[in-house]
Design a protein around this ligand. Structure first.
Ligand code: ATP
Ligand code: MG
Length: 280
């Protein structure tokens, strides 16, 4: 693997990265008199199976755009995304998505919200109820299966949304600032649970956050993006065992790593500002 976090699509043993971004760039077309907007410069990145990748970068640098491309909700203007070696062209059930807001249907109970993807996808089967019960238990909501979303706290609503995503046992979990609206204490508790859950299930995760300590706490690698148009400015490896415990945040290496991420961000911001100043 090189410093930009790239790996070969497949090696001599036929090993394939779970996701590979090959020169993925995105320009939104002009609309309502607004000029076209270049959101992403070519992004090259490989995500290995079981890895937890955190994406950090300034607001508007294209993080959500990259996640939407990975969910096949958007088609890149150039380049391609390979999922298990095959180009992604339509939403894939093996890829679960979770956004900042839990998007639960308010009139359905927690359990019925979790059933929703199977209902919509026409895949309700004899084992669906068992799977729903299992994931609600995994996220600590087994006692709230029959509660309505407005009877839950913000953190519990996010757990319900996570459960709904996990019902399908996705191989890849895309999370866009899922805990951004939560208070610090709840966010920390959610991070501990997420670290536990993802390391035990072996699920591969791509997690967007603005919070640098959160990124270092969760990630195997923190991918730092430049200001718009976003590209990969650097990758910081976090070679510590998972699941992580709270003490990890007391480790001097934790502080060093958050500084490393911060300095890559600052350097990229500086470069981008200078480039804008010298532009004719
Ligand atoms: N549908 C769209 N049409 C046109 N421009 C868009 C569209 N969606 C996003 N953009 C623009 O693309 C750029 C990247 O947006 P994106 O939402 O990916 O950023 P982000 O890194 O997720 O930002 P934030 O951290 O604030 O969530 C922004 O300048 C935004 O205005
Ligand atoms: Mg975003």
């Amino acid at each position: 693997m090189n410093g930009k976090g790239q790996a070969a699509t497949s090696d001599a043993d036929g090993h394939t990265a779970l996701v590979r971004y090959d020169s993925v760039s995105m320009t939104y077309p002009s609309r309502r008199g607004r000029p076209p907007l270049k959101a992403l410069e070519p992004v090259d990145l490989s995500v290995e199976r079981g890895e937890f990748i955190c994406l950090v970068g300034p607001s508007g640098c294209g993080k959500t755009t990259l996640l939407k491309i990975t969910a096949a909700l958007l088609t890149p203007t150039q380049g391609s995304v390979l999922f298990k070696g095959t180009p992604l062209s339509e939403p894939n059930r093996a890829i679960g998505v979770m956004f900042q807001k839990p998007v639960l249907l308010p009139w359905r109970t927690v359990e019925k919200n979790a059933f929703l993807p199977a209902e919509i996808g026409g895949t309700m089967g004899p084992d669906t109820a068992d799977r729903v019960a299992k994931v609600l238990s995994m996220v600590g909501l087994h006692d709230f299966a029959t509660a309505l979303p407005d009877q839950l706290s913000g953190g519990m609503q996010q757990r319900a949304a996570l459960a709904r995503t996990l019902v399908y046992e996705p191989e890849l979990l895309l999370m866009d600032e899922p805990f951004g609206a939560l208070d610090e204490f709840t966010r920390e508790a959610m991070n501990l649970e997420l670290s536990e859950l993802t390391s035990h299930s072996g699920i591969t995760s791509l997690f967007v956050t603005h919070n640098i300590p959160e990124a270092v706490f969760l990630a195997d690698r923190v991918v730092v993006m430049s200001p718009r148009p976003g590209r990969v400015s650097g990758v910081v490896e976090v070679p510590f065992p998972k699941p992580r415990r709270v003490d990890f945040m007391r480790d001097p290496a934790f502080t060093d790593l958050t500084f490393e991420v911060r300095s890559i961000l600052a350097e990229a911001e500086d470069k981008s500002r200078k480039a804008k100043e010298t532009r004719p």
